[in-house]
Design a protein around this ligand. Structure first.
Ligand SMILES: Nc1ncnc2c1ncn2[C@@H]1O[C@H](COP(=O)(O)OP(=O)(O)O)[C@@H](O)[C@H]1O
Ligand SMILES: [Mg+2]
Length: 353
């Protein structure tokens, strides 16, 4: 098949996406596909007359693999680097090249790649893509909306409230919550802008940090306990993975810097708890209309209660990311996982092109 792997963009998770994209493109090439790895924002930088032969000689459109730094990328610098003043999310020739593909592998993370907008545009343009459709993507992107859907489907979530820049209230006692609590941007990912508040005096600073990224935030009970994640592929849960940061909580650095967290899959858990978490993950994917694949994050409190924190519609796909590790524990290697994602996603369009 002719496949475009779409990565990059201008979200805070740009670097992670580029890494995912490079890995996926390599694996799909190894599976015998003709693959173009394209930065959705920077677009095609080669000669226009080469576009029609791009799949035959896919080295032309390659973007180089970048390392993920310990902090979020400088997006203003990325925007300046494109060298035009257009505010179009899609870089030069991106849509044209995507329309030439049998399917687009969505290696985007964060905001515009994951919130359903690109998916909706692709639907209208007749471009096939991997992962969830626009509606599920939009629901899952918003942590507050996700929690409403989870609760309605009997999936437990942390107790909490929602605040906007316009309803900002710095006095902690007005929230009706107890300490410790967690403050996080409503739609962001990769733990960017997330703070744990243990003392009332820290609350206003945590709000300011979260509002730096978004106008909407979520404040919820801090669940003391272990971190887990469960991937759902083709409606079935993969084995549970545990993530144990060596220091602090599961923040940006602990997520992407090698050696900062111990990841165990299958997680060491009593069978009934693991089974329950997997059931919740499948129910969460269904509740949010997520298709093909997704990954749900959970906390397990010391008393054995499980809480679903959020759903990720385009989970990380670097070799060391959680979903590939879960697939591996289920007997599926990285290349097989990429292939399976393509096949499952094509089902939405009635099977292989
Ligand atoms: N209510 C909570 N209680 C305890 N820890 C939390 C809570 N919400 C988030 N966290 C921690 O912060 C991390 C990131 O939060 P999450 O809701 O998964 O957002 P994202 O991954 O999109 O940034 C989680 O993996 C977890 O370690
Ligand atoms: Mg998460």
């Amino acid at each position: 098949m002719d496949i475009v792997v779409l990565a990059g963009g201008i979200s805070a998770e740009r670097d992670v996406s580029l890494k995912t994209g490079a890995m996926v493109a390599g694996a799909l090439r190894g599976n015998g596909h003709r693959v173009i790895l394209l930065d959705v924002f920077m677009g095609y930088r080669g000669e226009p007359e080469k576009i029609s032969e791009l799949f035959a000689d896919s080295s032309h459109a390659g973007i180089t693999e970048t390392e993920i730094s310990e902090t979020a990328p400088d997006l203003a610098a990325v925007k300046a680097a494109r060298g035009d003043t257009s505010d179009c999310f899609f870089g030069p020739e991106v849509l044209r090249i995507c329309r030439m593909a049998d399917i687009v592998f969505m290696a985007l993370h964060g905001e515009d790649g994951e919130n359903g907008k690109v998916q909706a545009a692709f639907d209208l343009l007749g471009i096939r893509y991997t992962g969830s459709g626009y509606f599920g993507s939009a629901l899952a992107m918003n942590k507050e909306v996700s929690k409403v859907f989870f609760t309605k489907n009997n999936i437990p979530v942390p107790n909490g409230i929602h605040m906007t820049k316009y309803t900002r209230e710095d006095a902690f006692e007005k929230t009706g919550l107890t300490l410790p609590c967690i403050v996080k941007p409503c739609c962001g990912g990769s733990s960017i802008g997330v703070s744990i508040v243990r003392k009332e005096a820290e609350f206003a600073q945590a709000l300011t940090e979260a509002f730096r990224w978004e106008d909407e935030i979520v404040i919820e009970d801090y669940i003391e306990g272990r971190d887990f994640s469960v991937g759902v592929l083709d409606k079935k849960a993969l084995p549970v993975i545990e993530i144990a940061p060596l220091e602090g909580f599961y923040d940006y650095k602990n997520k992407y810097k090698a050696g900062c967290a111990v990841e165990t899959c299958p997680a060491k858990l009593p069978e009934d708890i693991a089974a329950k978490m997997m059931r919740y993950a499948e129910a969460a994917a269904e509740a949010l209309c997520l298709e093909s694949y997704s990954r749900m994050d959970f906390k397990l409190a010391e008393d054995g209660s499980i809480y679903c924190l959020e759903a990720n519609t385009l989970p990380g796909m670097t070799a060391t990311s959680l979903l590939p590790q879960e697939a591996q524990a289920a007997g599926m290697n990285y290349a097989q996982l990429c292939e399976k994602i393509i096949q499952v996603s094509l089902q939405r369009y009635g099977g292989q092109k």
